[in-house]
Design a protein around this ligand. Structure first.
Ligand SMILES: Nc1ncnc2c1ncn2[C@@H]1O[C@H](COP(=O)(O)OP(=O)(O)OP(=O)(O)O)[C@@H](O)[C@H]1O
Ligand SMILES: [Mg+2]
Length: 251
């Protein structure tokens, strides 16, 4: 296996009496596209939030690029190259598309901020670059909150890409997006992952998308990570067959 970029060791999280992630351990090799699947309430989103410390673990460790980052402030984890898309919540709805990506670049301290340069199309070329990657460069001056849901998802990804992540985490990137749009978005994410040698973890319920794009799949059930394998291996997994492929949907 290629060098793991991420190692998770024995992650537990309780919400009161509820044991939401149960002693979860797994690794993701550098450059891999990994899907995390499992029924509603299995603990997938909680696990991703524990990894980027949006939720503090009750116990366990997160090792990113050979460094123990457990308990590190989320913005410091972002600066180390781990970035999660937030299902639009990181978009400033009253700012333009341009301003949204600009804020993301400035926050990363990639560029210094000053009011004179902001007036003078500050960072315009690189912002256009990120917007063209996700295909919304023509919407650069639109107010983000007025765009379609699909375009907001694209902007969300552009904001994340502007932070130049080495590990990108996506929680249901295709949710709420029309099927054709979802495939376009996944094609794009896949292409970027390969071009920029980015490691990608994505949670997804749509098994067509999972089996089309994932190189490796981890399955969660009831707080536990019950299997990790290639798409071919996971297709044969009895739990996955029952929950997803035998007609009894996890949804
Ligand atoms: N902040 C919280 N407080 C209390 N319980 C929570 C909290 N966040 C999640 N949970 C509970 O933890 C369990 C796991 O939830 P989580 O959102 O991680 O599941 P999921 O696998 O992402 O599900 P879905 O596929 O529906 O998004 C659920 O029972 C959920 O109700
Ligand atoms: Mg979830």
């Amino acid at each position: 296996m290629a060098n793991p970029i991420l190692k998770v060791e024995g992650l537990n999280r309780y919400f009161g009496a509820l044991h939401a992630t149960k002693d979860v351990s797994f690794e993701v090799p550098e450059g891999q596209i990994r899907s995390i699947i499992g029924p509603n309430g299995a603990g997938k989103s909680t696990l991703m939030d524990l990894i980027c410390n949006r939720t503090a673990p009750s116990s366990g460790k997160v090792i990113f690029k050979d460094e123990d980052i457990t308990g590190l402030a989320p913005h410091k984890i972002v600066k180390k190259g781990m970035c999660k898309c937030f299902q639009i919540t990181q978009i400033f709805h009253n700012l333009t598309v341009y301003e949204n990506v600009q804020v993301s670049r400035i926050n990363m301290n990639k560029k210094a901020f000053n009011f004179l340069s902001v007036r003078d199309n500050y960072l315009k070329d690189e912002i256009e670059h990120y917007l063209s990657i996700v295909g919304i460069q023509d919407k650069i001056n639109e107010v983000a909150g007025f765009m379609s849901y699909g375009d907001q998802r694209r902007l969300d990804i552009a904001i994340a890409l502007a932070m130049e992540p080495t590990l990108l985490i996506l929680d249901e990137p295709a949710a709420g997006v029309a099927r054709e749009e979802a495939y376009k978005l996944m094609d794009l994410i896949h292409k970027l992952g390969k071009e920029q040698k980015m490691t990608i973890m994505f949670i997804e319920h749509d098994m067509d998308i999972v089996f089309n794009y994932a190189e490796s799949i981890s399955v969660m059930s009831n707080g536990s990570m019950i299997a990790t394998g290639t798409p071919a291996e996971i297709k044969q997994n009895a739990f996955v067959q029952e929950a997803y492929l035998g007609g009894v949907s996890g949804e």
